[in-house]
Design a protein. Structure first.
Length: 406
Protein backbone atom coordinates (compact mmCIF):
# COMPACT_ATOMS: atom_id res chain seq x y z
CA UNK A 1 0.00 0.00 0.00
CA UNK A 2 1.51 3.33 -0.87
CA UNK A 3 0.04 6.86 -0.23
CA UNK A 4 -0.59 10.07 -2.04
CA UNK A 5 1.14 13.40 -2.50
CA UNK A 6 -1.11 15.75 -4.44
CA UNK A 7 0.89 18.36 -6.29
CA UNK A 8 -1.95 20.07 -8.10
CA UNK A 9 -2.90 23.66 -7.37
CA UNK A 10 -6.54 24.53 -7.94
CA UNK A 11 -6.83 26.85 -10.94
CA UNK A 12 -9.65 29.14 -12.00
CA UNK A 13 -11.80 26.45 -13.61
CA UNK A 14 -15.43 26.54 -12.52
CA UNK A 15 -16.06 24.78 -9.22
CA UNK A 16 -18.17 21.63 -9.58
CA UNK A 17 -21.29 21.62 -7.43
CA UNK A 18 -21.59 17.85 -7.02
CA UNK A 19 -19.32 14.86 -7.10
CA UNK A 20 -18.52 13.40 -10.56
CA UNK A 21 -18.98 9.80 -9.48
CA UNK A 22 -17.99 8.15 -12.78
CA UNK A 23 -14.68 9.98 -12.81
CA UNK A 24 -14.06 9.36 -9.11
CA UNK A 25 -14.79 5.66 -9.56
CA UNK A 26 -12.19 5.59 -12.33
CA UNK A 27 -9.69 7.03 -9.85
CA UNK A 28 -10.81 4.46 -7.27
CA UNK A 29 -10.10 1.74 -9.85
CA UNK A 30 -6.65 3.23 -10.44
CA UNK A 31 -6.06 3.11 -6.68
CA UNK A 32 -7.32 -0.49 -6.68
CA UNK A 33 -4.86 -1.52 -9.41
CA UNK A 34 -1.98 0.33 -7.78
CA UNK A 35 -2.68 -1.20 -4.36
CA UNK A 36 -3.29 -4.68 -5.69
CA UNK A 37 -0.14 -4.66 -7.82
CA UNK A 38 1.78 -3.80 -4.68
CA UNK A 39 0.22 -6.36 -2.34
CA UNK A 40 -0.70 -9.24 -4.66
CA UNK A 41 2.49 -11.22 -3.91
CA UNK A 42 1.39 -11.46 -0.25
CA UNK A 43 -1.08 -14.21 -1.17
CA UNK A 44 1.15 -15.83 -3.80
CA UNK A 45 4.54 -16.14 -2.11
CA UNK A 46 4.72 -19.96 -1.91
CA UNK A 47 3.98 -20.50 -5.61
CA UNK A 48 6.07 -17.53 -6.75
CA UNK A 49 9.08 -18.71 -4.75
CA UNK A 50 8.72 -22.23 -6.17
CA UNK A 51 8.46 -21.14 -9.81
CA UNK A 52 11.25 -18.56 -9.52
CA UNK A 53 13.47 -21.01 -7.60
CA UNK A 54 14.08 -18.69 -4.64
CA UNK A 55 13.23 -18.81 -0.93
CA UNK A 56 9.96 -17.43 0.38
CA UNK A 57 11.76 -14.54 2.08
CA UNK A 58 13.42 -13.70 -1.26
CA UNK A 59 10.05 -13.83 -3.00
CA UNK A 60 8.78 -11.40 -0.37
CA UNK A 61 11.31 -8.87 -1.63
CA UNK A 62 9.13 -8.41 -4.73
CA UNK A 63 7.09 -6.16 -2.41
CA UNK A 64 10.25 -4.48 -1.13
CA UNK A 65 11.62 -3.62 -4.58
CA UNK A 66 8.26 -2.18 -5.60
CA UNK A 67 8.33 0.12 -2.58
CA UNK A 68 11.96 1.08 -3.28
CA UNK A 69 10.99 2.08 -6.82
CA UNK A 70 8.30 4.38 -5.46
CA UNK A 71 10.42 5.79 -2.63
CA UNK A 72 13.35 6.65 -4.90
CA UNK A 73 11.36 8.25 -7.68
CA UNK A 74 8.18 9.79 -6.23
CA UNK A 75 9.65 13.21 -5.41
CA UNK A 76 12.00 13.66 -8.41
CA UNK A 77 9.47 12.36 -10.97
CA UNK A 78 6.70 14.48 -9.48
CA UNK A 79 8.94 17.53 -9.78
CA UNK A 80 10.02 16.62 -13.32
CA UNK A 81 6.43 16.19 -14.53
CA UNK A 82 4.84 19.06 -12.64
CA UNK A 83 4.00 20.92 -15.87
CA UNK A 84 2.41 17.91 -17.60
CA UNK A 85 -1.33 17.82 -18.20
CA UNK A 86 -2.83 15.72 -15.42
CA UNK A 87 -4.69 13.19 -17.58
CA UNK A 88 -1.65 12.57 -19.74
CA UNK A 89 0.41 11.88 -16.64
CA UNK A 90 -2.20 9.55 -15.13
CA UNK A 91 -2.51 7.60 -18.39
CA UNK A 92 1.28 7.27 -18.55
CA UNK A 93 1.46 5.97 -14.99
CA UNK A 94 -1.29 3.39 -15.53
CA UNK A 95 0.28 2.22 -18.80
CA UNK A 96 3.42 1.57 -16.77
CA UNK A 97 1.43 -0.86 -14.60
CA UNK A 98 0.18 -2.72 -17.68
CA UNK A 99 3.74 -3.22 -18.93
CA UNK A 100 5.21 -4.15 -15.53
CA UNK A 101 2.48 -6.67 -14.65
CA UNK A 102 2.75 -8.31 -18.08
CA UNK A 103 6.50 -8.75 -17.72
CA UNK A 104 6.04 -10.10 -14.18
CA UNK A 105 3.56 -12.68 -15.48
CA UNK A 106 5.73 -14.00 -18.31
CA UNK A 107 9.09 -13.82 -16.53
CA UNK A 108 10.84 -17.00 -15.47
CA UNK A 109 13.83 -15.10 -14.06
CA UNK A 110 13.91 -13.73 -10.52
CA UNK A 111 16.07 -10.79 -11.61
CA UNK A 112 13.73 -9.88 -14.46
CA UNK A 113 10.76 -10.16 -12.12
CA UNK A 114 12.45 -7.84 -9.64
CA UNK A 115 13.15 -5.38 -12.46
CA UNK A 116 9.51 -5.42 -13.52
CA UNK A 117 8.41 -4.87 -9.93
CA UNK A 118 10.75 -1.89 -9.67
CA UNK A 119 9.16 -0.38 -12.78
CA UNK A 120 5.73 -0.95 -11.24
CA UNK A 121 6.92 0.94 -8.17
CA UNK A 122 8.07 3.84 -10.34
CA UNK A 123 4.62 3.94 -11.97
CA UNK A 124 3.09 3.93 -8.50
CA UNK A 125 5.18 6.94 -7.52
CA UNK A 126 3.65 8.89 -10.40
CA UNK A 127 0.13 7.64 -9.71
CA UNK A 128 0.12 8.30 -5.97
CA UNK A 129 1.41 11.83 -6.59
CA UNK A 130 -1.75 12.47 -8.61
CA UNK A 131 -4.67 10.52 -7.24
CA UNK A 132 -5.71 12.27 -4.04
CA UNK A 133 -5.06 15.70 -5.55
CA UNK A 134 -7.03 14.75 -8.66
CA UNK A 135 -10.00 13.66 -6.55
CA UNK A 136 -9.83 16.82 -4.46
CA UNK A 137 -9.70 18.98 -7.56
CA UNK A 138 -12.90 17.48 -8.95
CA UNK A 139 -14.97 18.42 -5.89
CA UNK A 140 -16.21 21.64 -4.28
CA UNK A 141 -14.44 22.44 -0.99
CA UNK A 142 -17.32 21.12 1.13
CA UNK A 143 -17.11 17.71 -0.59
CA UNK A 144 -13.35 17.30 -0.99
CA UNK A 145 -12.99 14.92 1.96
CA UNK A 146 -15.74 12.70 0.59
CA UNK A 147 -14.20 12.78 -2.90
CA UNK A 148 -10.85 11.61 -1.53
CA UNK A 149 -12.57 8.89 0.51
CA UNK A 150 -14.33 7.60 -2.65
CA UNK A 151 -11.06 7.50 -4.59
CA UNK A 152 -9.21 5.83 -1.71
CA UNK A 153 -11.90 3.15 -1.44
CA UNK A 154 -9.84 1.30 -4.04
CA UNK A 155 -7.40 0.32 -1.28
CA UNK A 156 -9.75 -1.76 0.91
CA UNK A 157 -11.46 -3.14 -2.19
CA UNK A 158 -8.06 -4.37 -3.36
CA UNK A 159 -7.46 -5.95 0.03
CA UNK A 160 -10.96 -7.37 0.50
CA UNK A 161 -11.59 -8.64 -3.03
CA UNK A 162 -8.43 -8.28 -5.10
CA UNK A 163 -5.85 -10.11 -3.00
CA UNK A 164 -8.20 -13.01 -2.08
CA UNK A 165 -9.27 -13.30 -5.74
CA UNK A 166 -5.65 -13.22 -6.86
CA UNK A 167 -4.77 -15.83 -4.24
CA UNK A 168 -7.63 -18.02 -5.48
CA UNK A 169 -6.46 -17.64 -9.09
CA UNK A 170 -2.95 -18.51 -8.01
CA UNK A 171 -4.18 -21.73 -6.41
CA UNK A 172 -6.70 -22.66 -9.12
CA UNK A 173 -4.60 -21.78 -12.17
CA UNK A 174 -1.29 -20.00 -11.57
CA UNK A 175 0.08 -16.82 -10.05
CA UNK A 176 1.00 -15.68 -13.59
CA UNK A 177 -2.70 -15.58 -14.53
CA UNK A 178 -3.35 -13.31 -11.54
CA UNK A 179 -0.84 -10.76 -12.87
CA UNK A 180 -2.14 -11.04 -16.44
CA UNK A 181 -5.63 -10.36 -15.12
CA UNK A 182 -4.24 -7.14 -13.64
CA UNK A 183 -2.99 -6.18 -17.10
CA UNK A 184 -6.43 -6.73 -18.59
CA UNK A 185 -8.07 -4.56 -15.92
CA UNK A 186 -5.52 -1.82 -16.54
CA UNK A 187 -6.20 -1.78 -20.29
CA UNK A 188 -9.92 -1.33 -19.57
CA UNK A 189 -9.13 1.44 -17.09
CA UNK A 190 -7.04 3.34 -19.64
CA UNK A 191 -10.11 3.66 -21.85
CA UNK A 192 -12.27 4.63 -18.88
CA UNK A 193 -9.88 7.41 -17.85
CA UNK A 194 -9.66 8.72 -21.41
CA UNK A 195 -13.45 8.88 -21.68
CA UNK A 196 -14.63 9.96 -18.23
CA UNK A 197 -11.91 11.74 -16.25
CA UNK A 198 -11.58 15.52 -16.76
CA UNK A 199 -8.20 16.96 -17.64
CA UNK A 200 -6.44 19.72 -15.73
CA UNK A 201 -3.29 21.69 -16.46
CA UNK A 202 -0.10 21.03 -14.57
CA UNK A 203 1.65 23.54 -12.38
CA UNK A 204 4.16 25.95 -13.87
CA UNK A 205 7.65 25.26 -12.51
CA UNK A 206 8.96 28.02 -10.27
CA UNK A 207 12.60 27.15 -10.65
CA UNK A 208 13.02 25.71 -7.18
CA UNK A 209 12.45 22.39 -5.49
CA UNK A 210 9.88 21.58 -2.87
CA UNK A 211 10.85 23.22 0.46
CA UNK A 212 11.28 19.95 2.32
CA UNK A 213 13.45 21.31 5.12
CA UNK A 214 11.12 24.24 5.66
CA UNK A 215 8.14 21.87 5.85
CA UNK A 216 9.87 19.88 8.60
CA UNK A 217 9.98 23.04 10.71
CA UNK A 218 6.20 23.49 10.50
CA UNK A 219 4.63 22.31 13.79
CA UNK A 220 2.84 19.02 13.34
CA UNK A 221 4.54 17.82 10.16
CA UNK A 222 7.24 15.78 11.88
CA UNK A 223 4.81 13.83 14.14
CA UNK A 224 2.66 12.90 11.14
CA UNK A 225 5.70 11.73 9.19
CA UNK A 226 6.99 9.71 12.16
CA UNK A 227 3.63 7.98 12.58
CA UNK A 228 3.54 7.24 8.84
CA UNK A 229 7.00 5.68 8.82
CA UNK A 230 6.61 3.47 11.89
CA UNK A 231 2.94 2.46 11.48
CA UNK A 232 3.39 1.45 7.83
CA UNK A 233 6.57 -0.44 8.77
CA UNK A 234 4.63 -2.39 11.41
CA UNK A 235 1.76 -3.18 9.04
CA UNK A 236 4.05 -4.28 6.20
CA UNK A 237 6.10 -6.68 8.34
CA UNK A 238 2.99 -8.74 9.01
CA UNK A 239 0.99 -8.25 5.82
CA UNK A 240 3.80 -9.07 3.37
CA UNK A 241 4.35 -12.47 4.99
CA UNK A 242 0.79 -13.15 6.11
CA UNK A 243 0.56 -16.31 4.00
CA UNK A 244 3.67 -17.70 5.72
CA UNK A 245 2.32 -16.79 9.18
CA UNK A 246 -1.05 -18.40 8.47
CA UNK A 247 0.59 -21.54 7.13
CA UNK A 248 2.57 -21.90 10.36
CA UNK A 249 -0.57 -21.62 12.53
CA UNK A 250 -2.49 -24.19 10.48
CA UNK A 251 -4.53 -21.87 8.25
CA UNK A 252 -2.49 -22.22 5.08
CA UNK A 253 -5.56 -23.43 3.16
CA UNK A 254 -7.63 -20.44 4.29
CA UNK A 255 -5.38 -17.58 3.21
CA UNK A 256 -7.91 -16.21 0.74
CA UNK A 257 -10.70 -16.29 3.35
CA UNK A 258 -8.57 -14.59 5.99
CA UNK A 259 -7.62 -11.86 3.52
CA UNK A 260 -11.28 -11.48 2.60
CA UNK A 261 -12.17 -10.89 6.26
CA UNK A 262 -9.34 -8.38 6.60
CA UNK A 263 -10.41 -6.51 3.49
CA UNK A 264 -14.10 -6.45 4.42
CA UNK A 265 -13.19 -4.92 7.78
CA UNK A 266 -11.01 -2.40 5.95
CA UNK A 267 -13.98 -1.41 3.77
CA UNK A 268 -16.04 -0.70 6.88
CA UNK A 269 -13.15 1.29 8.31
CA UNK A 270 -12.74 3.54 5.30
CA UNK A 271 -16.51 4.16 5.23
CA UNK A 272 -16.43 5.26 8.88
CA UNK A 273 -13.38 7.45 8.31
CA UNK A 274 -14.95 9.09 5.26
CA UNK A 275 -18.06 9.90 7.28
CA UNK A 276 -16.31 11.22 10.41
CA UNK A 277 -12.90 12.53 9.41
CA UNK A 278 -13.86 16.20 9.18
CA UNK A 279 -14.71 16.29 12.91
CA UNK A 280 -12.94 13.31 14.44
CA UNK A 281 -9.52 12.93 12.82
CA UNK A 282 -7.65 12.69 16.14
CA UNK A 283 -10.06 10.21 17.73
CA UNK A 284 -10.15 8.06 14.58
CA UNK A 285 -6.35 7.95 14.44
CA UNK A 286 -6.02 6.91 18.09
CA UNK A 287 -8.70 4.24 17.68
CA UNK A 288 -7.02 2.91 14.53
CA UNK A 289 -3.67 2.54 16.28
CA UNK A 290 -5.26 0.89 19.32
CA UNK A 291 -7.14 -1.62 17.15
CA UNK A 292 -3.97 -2.58 15.31
CA UNK A 293 -2.14 -2.98 18.61
CA UNK A 294 -4.89 -5.15 20.04
CA UNK A 295 -4.87 -7.32 16.91
CA UNK A 296 -1.10 -7.77 17.12
CA UNK A 297 -1.32 -8.71 20.81
CA UNK A 298 -3.99 -11.32 20.08
CA UNK A 299 -1.96 -12.83 17.23
CA UNK A 300 1.17 -12.87 19.37
CA UNK A 301 -0.37 -14.55 22.43
CA UNK A 302 -3.28 -16.62 21.08
CA UNK A 303 -2.26 -17.59 17.54
CA UNK A 304 -3.18 -21.21 18.20
CA UNK A 305 -6.89 -20.36 18.35
CA UNK A 306 -8.60 -20.09 14.95
CA UNK A 307 -11.47 -17.95 16.26
CA UNK A 308 -9.00 -15.51 17.82
CA UNK A 309 -7.06 -15.27 14.57
CA UNK A 310 -10.17 -14.30 12.62
CA UNK A 311 -11.17 -11.81 15.32
CA UNK A 312 -7.67 -10.32 15.32
CA UNK A 313 -7.64 -10.01 11.54
CA UNK A 314 -11.00 -8.23 11.73
CA UNK A 315 -9.61 -5.75 14.28
CA UNK A 316 -6.52 -5.28 12.13
CA UNK A 317 -8.64 -4.43 9.09
CA UNK A 318 -10.83 -2.04 11.10
CA UNK A 319 -7.69 -0.30 12.33
CA UNK A 320 -5.78 -0.20 9.05
CA UNK A 321 -8.47 0.56 6.46
CA UNK A 322 -8.79 4.27 7.17
CA UNK A 323 -5.10 4.92 7.91
CA UNK A 324 -4.14 6.16 4.41
CA UNK A 325 -6.94 8.75 4.40
CA UNK A 326 -6.22 9.78 8.00
CA UNK A 327 -2.51 10.33 7.43
CA UNK A 328 -3.08 12.05 4.07
CA UNK A 329 -5.47 14.49 5.70
CA UNK A 330 -3.28 15.02 8.75
CA UNK A 331 -0.27 15.83 6.58
CA UNK A 332 -2.24 18.34 4.52
CA UNK A 333 -3.66 19.99 7.64
CA UNK A 334 -0.26 20.18 9.32
CA UNK A 335 1.48 21.63 6.27
CA UNK A 336 -1.14 24.29 5.65
CA UNK A 337 -1.16 26.51 2.58
CA UNK A 338 2.62 26.88 2.35
CA UNK A 339 3.92 23.40 3.08
CA UNK A 340 1.11 20.92 2.34
CA UNK A 341 2.60 19.69 -0.96
CA UNK A 342 6.09 19.32 0.50
CA UNK A 343 4.72 17.48 3.55
CA UNK A 344 2.76 15.07 1.41
CA UNK A 345 5.67 14.49 -0.97
CA UNK A 346 7.72 13.44 2.05
CA UNK A 347 4.81 11.33 3.28
CA UNK A 348 4.62 9.31 0.05
CA UNK A 349 8.37 8.77 0.16
CA UNK A 350 8.43 7.68 3.80
CA UNK A 351 5.42 5.45 3.23
CA UNK A 352 7.34 3.52 0.62
CA UNK A 353 10.56 3.54 2.59
CA UNK A 354 8.52 1.84 5.32
CA UNK A 355 7.07 -0.63 2.80
CA UNK A 356 10.56 -1.51 1.63
CA UNK A 357 11.83 -1.69 5.20
CA UNK A 358 8.92 -3.90 6.21
CA UNK A 359 9.75 -6.40 3.49
CA UNK A 360 13.42 -6.44 4.46
CA UNK A 361 12.83 -6.61 8.21
CA UNK A 362 10.11 -9.23 7.77
CA UNK A 363 12.44 -11.38 5.67
CA UNK A 364 15.17 -11.15 8.32
CA UNK A 365 12.73 -11.95 11.12
CA UNK A 366 11.46 -14.95 9.17
CA UNK A 367 14.95 -16.31 8.62
CA UNK A 368 16.18 -15.63 12.17
CA UNK A 369 13.16 -16.17 14.43
CA UNK A 370 10.35 -17.60 12.34
CA UNK A 371 6.94 -16.20 11.48
CA UNK A 372 5.84 -16.11 15.14
CA UNK A 373 8.00 -13.01 15.60
CA UNK A 374 5.85 -10.89 13.25
CA UNK A 375 3.00 -9.92 15.62
CA UNK A 376 5.44 -9.24 18.47
CA UNK A 377 7.39 -6.89 16.19
CA UNK A 378 4.18 -5.08 15.23
CA UNK A 379 3.22 -4.70 18.88
CA UNK A 380 6.61 -3.21 19.78
CA UNK A 381 6.37 -0.68 16.94
CA UNK A 382 2.80 0.31 17.80
CA UNK A 383 3.82 1.63 21.24
CA UNK A 384 5.82 4.72 20.07
CA UNK A 385 3.21 5.40 17.38
CA UNK A 386 0.46 5.62 19.96
CA UNK A 387 2.62 7.82 22.19
CA UNK A 388 3.28 10.31 19.36
CA UNK A 389 -0.37 10.47 18.22
CA UNK A 390 -1.57 11.06 21.78
CA UNK A 391 1.16 13.64 22.40
CA UNK A 392 0.56 15.60 19.17
CA UNK A 393 -2.64 17.13 20.52
CA UNK A 394 -1.88 20.71 19.47
CA UNK A 395 -0.18 20.10 16.10
CA UNK A 396 -0.19 16.98 13.90
CA UNK A 397 -3.26 15.25 15.32
CA UNK A 398 -5.05 18.19 16.98
CA UNK A 399 -8.23 17.99 19.00
CA UNK A 400 -9.71 20.63 16.68
CA UNK A 401 -9.08 20.74 12.93
CA UNK A 402 -8.56 24.19 11.44
CA UNK A 403 -11.46 25.41 9.34
CA UNK A 404 -13.94 22.74 10.41
CA UNK A 405 -15.25 24.21 13.60
CA UNK A 406 -14.74 20.81 15.17
Amino acid sequence: MTTYAPTDVRTEEAEPQRLPLLALLALATAVFITSLTETLPAGLLPSMSSDLAVSESAAGQTVTIYAIGTALTAIPLTAATTAWRRKRLLLTAMAGFAVANTVTAISTSYLLTMGARFVAGVAAGLAWALLAGYARRMAPPRLQGKAIAIAMAGIPVALSLGVPAGTFLGKAVSWQVAFLTMTGLTVILLGWIAAAVPDYPGQKPEGKGAPMLSALKVPGVTPVLFVTLVLVLAHTILYTFISIFLDQVGLGDSIDLVLLVFGAASLLSIWAVGALINRRLRVLTIVSVLLMGLAAAALAVLSGNTVVIYAAVTLWGLGWGGVPTLLQTAAGDAGGEEAADAAQAMLVTLWNVAMAGGGLVGGLLLDLFGSGSFPWSVLILIVPVLAVVVGARTHGFPAKRAGTGA
